[in-house]
Design a protein around this ligand. Sequence first.
Ligand SMILES: Cc1cc2nc3c(=O)[nH]c(=O)nc-3n(C[C@H](O)[C@H](O)[C@H](O)COP(=O)(O)OP(=O)(O)OC[C@H]3O[C@@H](n4cnc5c(N)ncnc54)[C@H](O)[C@@H]3O)c2cc1C
Length: 380
Amino acid sequence: MPSPFFNEDHESIRDMARDFAEKSVAPVAAEIDKNDTVPADLVHTMAEMGLFGIKIPEEYGGSGLDMRSYVSVMEEVARKSATVSLYISSTNSLSTAPILLSGTEAQKKKYLPGVVTGESIIVFALTEPNAGSDAASLTTKAVKDGDDYILNGRKCFITFAPLADHAIVYAKTSPDKGAKGITAFLVDMKLPGVSVGKKEEKMGQRGVPVSDVLLEDTRVSKDCILGEVDLGFINAMKTLSVGRVGVAALSLGLAQEALDLAVQYTKLRVQFGRPLAKNQALRFMMADMETRLNAARLLVYNAAWLLDSKQDATKAASMAKYYATEAAKDIIDKALQLHGGYGYSREYEIERLYRDIRVTTIYEGSSQVQQMVIAGQLLK
Ligand SMILES: Cc1cc2nc3c(=O)[nH]c(=O)nc-3n(C[C@H](O)[C@H](O)[C@H](O)COP(=O)(O)OP(=O)(O)OC[C@H]3O[C@@H](n4cnc5c(N)ncnc54)[C@H](O)[C@@H]3O)c2cc1C
């Protein structure tokens, strides 16, 4: 479908992603969910295709493409597997944006190329057991000791932590200064005192391991500081404000797949002597699903376009994440309803979509946090 936000380059990237998703992801999506693991050869293919470096500048090994290219790849891949799309969002967003935003040239050269090739995994470690939505209340401490810092604390729900080579850890360097006393550190996961907790048994998006990261008297050199001391929270918030557009795109893909499945199913399933799709009540339900999905897509691509044209996208990105994830959750719920009892069976794809969408209104800023951002921008 032609879009005011797309040019020919965006169309061809979307076609490439759709082709990859249909030919290479769809056949293994159910198996990934069942086994809770992504085949190594699929990860290798994604790296070779450049999917881990879509937004990373060419000088660090990436393709240097824009947000709209990234968002369209996320949407297409998520249509077939949310899990596989997370391998793309993690590398293009949470693990590299903090370095691109605040890293020195030496740090960018050291850390980014390995992420693009898939040789290195970096994780974003902000959340703690008692600091989720209120991330600034984190208590992980970094205490200066000569030219080093000693880190102590526990991070939780860290995506890809069990596989990580490095973690971007946000820690208090000036505990009495609140959000203005947080510093970002690039921590080697092999350092003494660093460990990971047990892998979380998640409801959905299975195949992406998530766990705690523990730091016990971990000594890091001051060269591991990302950006300036005490300015780490701004780095985290800027990373998340762009990252949430990727989550919104992921939810579009899941909702599109669910709607396509519902259309197919209701045309074929006969009850009371005619296909379900002949009932006006169900036709109207699907009309609402289609309308909300299109509205969500416009918000997501508008936010991406604002970011590409270097305009302030704070409110637009939050509106896109808030609306797209909530709408997608509702669309998928309705699509499952339209499948009747079969929708509740693991044999049907819609059951996986129902589990995979659930977390999107929670992570990278819950819906309520997005409402706070939108209202804050509106009422400032
Ligand atoms: C699968 C998964 C992967 C994740 N990956 C990462 C990662 O890689 N890195 C990382 O740092 N974190 C990660 N997280 C953590 C995630 O960002 C947090 O779970 C999220 O920010 C919410 O925090 P919380 O779970 O502590 O909920 P809480 O903050 O305790 O919130 C509970 C509920 O209350 C609502 N709420 C809270 N405060 C208010 C308020 N003032 N007004 C109204 N409503 C409010 C919230 O919206 C939510 O619905 C991940 C989480 C999950 C589940």
